[in-house]
Unconditional design. Structure first.
Length: 109
């Protein structure tokens, strides 16, 4: 009976000591999991290239008005990345496709 009591006390003391000094197994797991998520998001979170991915999308949806020679080109030139960054998700009033919206959101990050 004494041995069981000593084992329980020793286990509790070790667990308490680990928590006091920040060596909890849960903390290690969460840290490992969050760092794994961060590294996987860095790999898959490549920012789309404006000239090869965003601009062709906009040419298909917004030409001729927002490109060279168009009616509103002087006010909102869509061949410039700064214009797209400035407009942000307001572009989605015309761009409804979810994949295209995601591509633009990724570019805006």
């Amino acid at each position: 009976m004494r041995i069981l009591f000593l084992v329980v006390i020793a286990t509790a003391a070790i667990a308490l000591g680990l928590k006091l000094f920040g060596h909890s197994q849960n903390t290690v797991f969460v840290t490992d999991q969050s760092s794994a998520l961060e590294s996987s998001s860095r790999v898959s979170a490549r920012k789309p290239d404006f000239d090869s991915e965003i601009k062709p999308l906009l040419q298909n949806r917004c030409q001729p008005c927002h490109f060279q020679g168009g009616k509103v080109y002087d006010k909102l030139p869509f061949d410039r990345p700064d214009t797209i960054k400035k407009l942000g998700t307001r572009l989605f009033t015309r761009i409804k496709d979810e994949k295209e919206q995601k591509l633009i959101r990724d570019f805006l990050r």
